[in-house]
Design a protein. Structure first.
Length: 301
């Protein structure tokens, strides 16, 4: 099988592991710098070029598209889809998961557990917005933020009001969410491949930080999740249309609540915390499912 790996940095742990496993099984896998692909949009013969060569003959594509290049990255992925190449995650599904508001609306429609969440753009009704989510403490997020950037905890009404108003002056879109105090600064990351949770870990933020991102000094350990948590993770990935996803959840008093569904989850933290060969399970999935023209959306949407 010939596989394209769309990535800006092939040296990252996740990408090295995917290439290592694919090559060990006899596949050809080529890392392709997403931003260096250029496209010929033609009615009958869609084509892509990279470093002066035509990109052709691929059976599958693994999109590892960074958040900062989502627009161009999904355009490149759509072109692969139009050419009949099987995508591990489809362009439409990635776009859904990268749009925080859209992803929450889709999860809500599917009945997946969520923290109480409000959305606004530069509202002058900060107090009413806070009342909608039950009052402080609250989490305030910039809609465009990633990896914990643009996420703040406001303990008091005055602090929350000031933050919302400040974001309003910047004409920023913001999400205001209830703070799940009982989670104790911990969250659960479930790696979903297909219709299964293949690995799960509990992450704890660095001292004094409510965010549990590992690259911010957090720690992780393997955890046994409940059947409800397992079901929630799978349903969240399915709601986005993702075959591979990292689903982040908190344990609340009213059950698991989903905070984010990540379409390009890192493998280093979860593989080291659990000892599970997640990269191998991803390649397994491609081997079993990759078929020419099998993309559900055919590049549409």
């Amino acid at each position: 099988m010939k596989i394209a790996l769309l990535t800006r940095n092939p040296n990252l742990y996740s990408h090295q592991r995917l290439m290592e496993v694919a090559r060990a099984r006899g596949h050809v896998i080529d890392p392709i710098d997403t931003l260096k692909v250029y496209i010929n949009i033609a009615s009958h013969r869609p084509e892509m070029r990279y470093k002066g060569e035509v990109l052709e003959g691929y059976d599958a594509v693994i999109p590892r598209i960074g958040a900062s290049v989502t627009f161009f990255g999904t355009a490149v992925l759509r072109q692969f889809e139009m050419m009949g190449v099987y995508p591990l995650n489809e362009s439409v599904a990635i776009s859904r998961s990268r749009d925080k508001l859209r992803s929450f609306q889709l999860l809500s429609r599917k009945g997946v557990g969520l923290p109480v969440t409000a959305f606004s753009h530069g509202t002058s009704e900060a107090d009413d917005l806070l009342d909608m989510v039950g009052g402080p403490p609250v989490i305030i997020k910039l809609l465009e933020g990633t990896q914990g950037v643009g996420v703040v905890l406001a303990d008091t009404r005055d602090a929350a009001r000031s933050m919302i108003q400040a974001f309003g002056k910047l004409k920023a879109n913001v999400l205001v969410q209830e703070f799940i105090k009982e989670a104790g600064g911990k969250d659960i990351r479930c790696l979903v491949v297909g219709d299964k949770v293949v690995a799960s870990m509990m992450r704890k933020g660095a001292d004094g930080d409510f965010r549990s991102n590992l690259h911010r000094g957090g720690t992780a350990r393997q955890i046994k999740i409940t059947p409800e948590e397992r079901s929630t993770a799978v349903r969240a990935a399915r709601a986005m249309g993702l075959n591979v996803a990292g689903v982040d959840m908190l344990r609340s008093n009213h059950g698991p609540v989903v905070m984010e569904v990540n379409s390009s989850p890192g493998l280093e933290g979860v593989e080291k915390a659990t000892g599970i060969d997640v990269a191998g399970k991803i390649i397994d999935f491609i081997e079993k499912n990759a078929r020419h023209g099998r993309t559900k959306t055919k590049g549409r949407g």
